[in-house]
Design a protein around this ligand. Sequence first.
Ligand code: DX5
Ligand code: ZN
Length: 223
Amino acid sequence: MVELCPSILSADFAHLADQVAAAERGGGTVIHVDVMDGHFVPNITIGPPVVKSLRKFTKLPLDCHLMISNPNDYIGAFAEAGADWVSVHYEACTHLHRSLEMIIHHGMKAGVVVNPATRVDLLIEILPMVHHVLVMSVNPGFGGQEFISFSLDKIRRLAQIRRELGLAFRIEVDGGVAHDTVAQVVKAGAELLVAGNAVFGAGKPEQDARELLEAARRADGER
Ligand code: DX5
Ligand code: ZN
């Protein structure tokens, strides 16, 4: 089943609660929270205090995408703030297995993220531990970038590996997911669709979330 994960990166932060509520009314079922440190990626965003505030406000899972250089140092803080899912970058973790264990140990769902240039085959050994694999379809750091089309091959490959290994992790895609790309992404096998600009960019998140999800569901029905 496809789910829409509105990314608050493109929301109006001065009205965050209202923006999240609107995206939820439009059919968003997971709230994607982009955490950037200005080091692993060339941008700075938000951290545990915002997660803590959102936690009081929504029952939806908070999907924290850590684009930070030393994620192990912050996993506890995200757990305490009320994060449900935490994903770490393959490229940021010297000891990825340990990072995933830490997330699980803190009672959260663990995810692993790969940048566009990273092969999904590198994840095979740790796939049994993860709840989701996040395929970046742009270079992380900013919203509103153009979808990198070879990401579709990576999603297909991941779905194939999952079948071959008999695993159940979910496939999430992040970056450039919009009206013109969503059908291809769903047909390639992605189930968790992160969308920032396409949901919040035009200032009508409820309607835009609904339309994007409808397009995703149509594509899912045609698979
Ligand atoms: C990018 C972030 C994304 C971002 C996607 O580094 O990880 O979650 O919000 O933005 P759009 O959907 O605008 O490409
Ligand atoms: Zn993200």
